[in-house]
Design a protein around this ligand. Structure first.
Ligand SMILES: *Cc1c(COP(=O)(O)O)cnc(C)c1O
Length: 431
């Protein structure tokens, strides 16, 4: 295998990023980047969400439910469970990443602590309508911007208009410390509650920080075209060969969520890499424009964009999400493209209740919910990495295969020959 495009456009690290010393105030640097007063750095996006939920619970101990989209990162479900809260699932709007407002309205009530609109794959989703519904029920809004660091609405960072928001600094989400998270809050009361929740619950834990330092060094060494076939492609193809889609998509999370402080060295690596992030995101946007135009010309393919409900949305483009016309077409495309070294993958394999290992984390009344739009989304979606290491020939190959998959078999199957012997009798018409 000569090449391997990663599934997202992660910012590579250089040797100079890894030197000791320098500014270790990653929170301050992120606050300037996001144009918000302060940013609280945590050891993962999941940890940032847990700190946020703990903070809100301290302000409203009687509220114990969290509403999240049914199609989201399973770590969200693990975080909610770790906080002793109940996870309620909201359907998506049809062919959209927006929460389905008719489904959301009855989920919001006196038990609702927070609602989590989720900016998946850099796409800006509707938060204004979600805020209105949440506020009417006395609940807070936490924007899950794990995959959307740098995305903006009318010039302001996503998340800055809601009560709380978190970003992930994990591998594959753009800027990375191997694992890391950033939490922002809209007002001083919430900021103080989050700072307190972190102080009271997050230990220093030198072992975990040391391990993350080693993992960050390994990432810096291996996140390059020459190493990715071995470091990313080989395990991916092994998982696919044994039929393990959850492993192939990276959805196989440990139920143990480490909580620890992020040390000075990793923060200083983040500060140095962050200086390159604006140019990196701009280059990603420039690369995305013609590729999006090409994808939009494929008949039958739906290309996910920022929500039409948001004025002035400017999402980021770590990857492109597309919807095939039906599940069979998506399977055809996946069979040809997943594991082919072109950075095609699934954001997540299932809606949360359809993972045997995570179904129990969902509130019991939602485990058998229909969630028709989210299920249809999960069955038809496919993600294409927007890495600079995916060259034009590779992208053209993806488009050709999507074109064929989206318009179905080129020649409709021949009608079966008329059988000389009568088949089973047709069932009598009902009615
Ligand atoms: C990755 C992710 C998280 C969790 O972030 P980590 O930094 O990996 O803990 C939460 N929500 C979504 C949508 C994610 O993609």
């Amino acid at each position: 295998m000569a090449r391997e495009a990663p599934p997202t456009a992660g910012l590579p690290l250089g040797m100079a990023d890894l030197l000791p010393g320098g500014d270790a105030d990653l929170g301050g640097a992120l606050a300037r980047f996001l144009a918000v007063p302060t940013v609280q750095v945590e050891c993962s996006g999941t940890a940032a969400l847990m700190v946020a939920l703990t903070a809100l619970r301290s302000l409203a101990p009687e509220r114990d439910e969290v509403v999240a989209p049914a199609y989201t990162c399973p770590l969200v479900a693990l975080a909610v469970a770790h906080c002793g809260l109940r996870l309620r699932l909201c359907d998506l709007a049809p062919d959209s990443l927006d929460l389905d407002l008719p489904d959301l309205a009855p989920l919001c009530g006196h038990r609702t602590l927070a609602v989590l609109p989720t900016h998946l794959a850099g796409r800006v989703v509707d938060t204004g309508n979600v805020r209105s519904l949440a506020r009417a029920a006395g609940a807070w809004v936490i924007e899950d911007a794990a995959q959307a660091l740098g995305a903006r609405t009318a010039g302001a960072s996503v998340g800055s208009g809601s009560d709380l928001a978190f970003f992930s600094l994990a591998v594959g989400k753009g800027l990375t410390l191997f694992e890391g998270g950033a939490l922002i809050a809209a007002n001083p009361l919430l900021r103080a509650a989050c700072a307190r929740a972190s102080r009271n619950n997050v230990p220093r834990h030198a072992f975990w920080e040391l391990r993350r330092c080693a993992e960050l060094l390994a990432y810096a060494a291996l996140y390059r075209p020459s190493a990715l076939p071995w470091a990313y492609g080989a395990p991916l193809r092994r998982a696919l060969a044994r039929g393990d889609r959850v492993g192939a998509a990276g959805d196989d999370f440990s139920a143990r969520i480490p909580l620890h402080r992020v040390g000075r060295w990793r923060q200083s690596v983040g500060v140095r890499a962050l200086a390159r992030l604006p140019d990196w995101l701009a280059a990603g946007q420039a690369r995305a424009a013609p590729r999006l135009a090409r994808l939009r010309r494929i008949p039958g393919l739906t290309v996910l964009d920022d929500s039409p409900a948001v004025d002035g949305a400017e999402g980021t483009w770590p990857s492109f999400l597309v919807l095939l016309p039906d599940a069979a077409a998506r399977e055809t495309a996946l069979a040809a493209l997943w594991g082919a070294g072109l950075g095609v993958s699934l954001p997540f394999v299932h809606v949360l209740p359809d993972y045997p290992r995570y179904a129990d984390l969902v509130a019991v009344e939602d485990r058998s919910a229909e969630l028709p739009h989210a299920r249809s989304f999960a069955a038809r979606v496919l993600s294409i990495g927007n890495s600079p290491w995916l060259d034009d020939a590779g992208f053209a190959q993806i488009c050709g295969l999507l074109e064929r998959a989206a318009c179905g078999p080129r020649n409709p199957p021949l009608k079966p020959p008329i059988s000389p012997t009568p088949g089973p009798a047709a069932p009598a018409a009902r009615g």
